[in-house]
Ligand binder design. Sequence first.
Ligand code: HEM
Length: 188
Amino acid sequence: MQVATRYTNVAIALHWIIALGIVINITLAWLWPHMLPDGAVRPAIDTHKSIGITILGLAFMRLLWRFSHRPPPMPTTYQKWETVAAHWAHVLLYVILFAQPLTGWIMDSAYKDAALHPMHYFGTFEFPRIAWIQQLPQPLKEQIHSGFGKAHEYISYVLYALLIAHIGGALKHQLLDKEPEIERMLPG
Ligand code: HEM
């Protein structure tokens, strides 16, 4: 039996679409504190939310695909610790693919002025907030908004560290170990 050396085309497509979404969302979040006039900020935040919700949906698909399709085995030339570190980095990245959009959605649902700023999915239909959170008493909503806002921010710091490790590891295998690491995640 032939051993697979690359991910399936569906896994590859999901990987790069989600990666692009994450890069755009981080870039938007870095840019909006500098956006002037204030009116420019609202479309940037709305796009950030639409991309984030899309990532949540794609993360579900990716997890289901991952459970039903075994990834190609890591090359045997890799050190044991590298294989273990890569495995746990991937697990944590999966957790963040859910945790980051969910904390954002919960924070947004608890926003005191949510009713004044309906969220339109890429400018089309109105995307629902989480109804039971919206119905909570105002002081509790404020606590949820600030608590989950902080969680959203702290998770992004963990995400930055993981992205550096993930991309750095891939480049190390590709450039220093001369293994076709990136080809594993490219169609062809
Ligand atoms: C994978 C998806 C997402 C990523 C990578 C992401 C990333 C980020 C980052 C890096 C920040 C800036 C944090 C800081 O340093 O203060 C941020 C802020 C924010 N995000 Fe997200 N986010 C995602 C999904 C979402 C979703 C789904 C929503 C809402 C539906 C959302 C709503 C917000 C809001 C409202 C802020 C601004 C918080 C504030 O400054 O008051 N995000 N996000």
